[in-house]
Design a protein around this ligand. Structure first.
Ligand SMILES: N[C@@H](CCC(=O)N[C@@H](CS)C(=O)NCC(=O)O)C(=O)O
Length: 315
């Protein structure tokens, strides 16, 4: 049974960003628990823990809650360095690749996948995503651009093929950097995994002309890892409530906005779904911000966000 030391992933099976974390956990062979959250709001047991952040996935360890895959993967690497996915000598590169895979490539996947689903996209899902983005989720417009977006999608996939073809030395070419899988592979794999699941015939037609990428994707898909234990959202909330956040040095050195520990701040993603999470600043550095929050349901929580891609302001 999960406890305050367990990794608890709040996710849903078809979520491509969740697959990044699931794959990292499999590659590192780590035990974890999962809460299957709804694809759309409401998520009443999760919101007291995140303070309103509503993207997927979220990772919880006791009363520490990690929002966004960038900080989730950073934390997993920091806590469980055995079988490192950082690929020593190439640190930092994976996050740069994530910037590419998560934005333009992801957007072309969205157009192809939801354009393909067309009228099968449930009305409640459309409404939820419109509320999240503040923009229309126009399935007909996605359908119209899908053919051009397929070109975009394939162009990005073929960059992986070029990278793999460029590998030199024993085992090189099996993964993006050398012979072992790392975070760089995980980020690059996300859109391939999603397309293979959502529009397999299109993914297949691209992969037929990208044999190295097809083999690379198969290798990643074969990573076994451990079967997660499923727990309820209520059980996860009780674990958070009964735990205390990990002790962390209250520091804010060299902050461009000159924040100090203890100040009230608000944090939100900079792309869409700009829901501001308010709390008391505990720690801030160039890659992480931690805010302390209290709610009667979850009691004291430290909520962690990455800096790149998130806005921080005084509340
Ligand atoms: N930058 C975020 C992006 C996460 C994201 O956009 N996830 C999608 C699902 S795969 C999402 O949040 N959709 C809305 C929702 O699940 O509420 C991350 O890396 O975690």
């Amino acid at each position: 049974m999960a406890d305050a030391r367990s990794i608890i992933l709040h996710e849903y099976p078809s979520s491509p960003f969740s697959e990044k974390v699931r794959l990292a956990l499999r590659l590192k062979n780590l035990a974890y628990s999962r809460v299957e959250i709804a694809m759309i709001m409401p998520r009443p047991d999760l919101m007291p823990m995140t303070g309103g952040y509503r993207r997927t996935p979220v990772m919880q360890i006791g009363a520490d809650v990690y929002c966004d895959t960038a900080i989730i993967l950073r934390e997993i690497e920091a806590r469980y360095p055995l079988y490192t996915l950082k690929l020593p000598g190439h640190e930092g590169l994976a996050q740069m690749v994530a910037g590419w895979a998560d934005s333009r490539w992801f957007q072309s996947s969205v157009a192809v996948i939801f354009g393909h689903m067309g009228d099968a996209v449930p009305e409640a899902f459309i409404k939820d995503r419109e509320q999240l983005s503040g923009r229309p989720f126009d399935v007909n417009a996605l359908k119209a651009v899908a053919p051009m977006m397929k070109d975009q999608w394939r162009a990005r996939l073929m960059l992986i093929e070029e990278r793999l073809a460029g590998g030199k030395g024993a085992g090189a070419g099996n993964y993006l950097i050398g012979a072992k899988p790392g975070l760089v592979d995980i980020h690059a794999y996300m859109n391939v995994w999603w397309m293979k699941n959502a529009v397999p015939e299109f993914a297949q037609s691209c992969l037929e002309n990208a044999p190295l990428t097809a083999a690379w994707a198969r290798r990643l898909a074969e990573a076994e890892g451990q079967e997660p234990e499923t727990i309820t959202s209520g059980e996860a909330l009780a674990i958070a409530r009964d735990a205390a956040p990990r002790l962390v040095a209250a520091t804010t050195r060299n902050e461009p906005q000159e924040f100090s520990p203890g100040e009230k701040v608000a944090v939100a993603p900079d792309d869409y779904g700009q829901i501001w999470v308010e709390g008391e600043l505990v720690h801030a550095d160039s890659q992480r911000v931690i805010v302390r929050r209290f709610t009667p349901e979850a009691e004291t929580i430290h909520v962690h966000f990455p800096r790149a891609g998130f806005l921080v302001r005084r509340a």
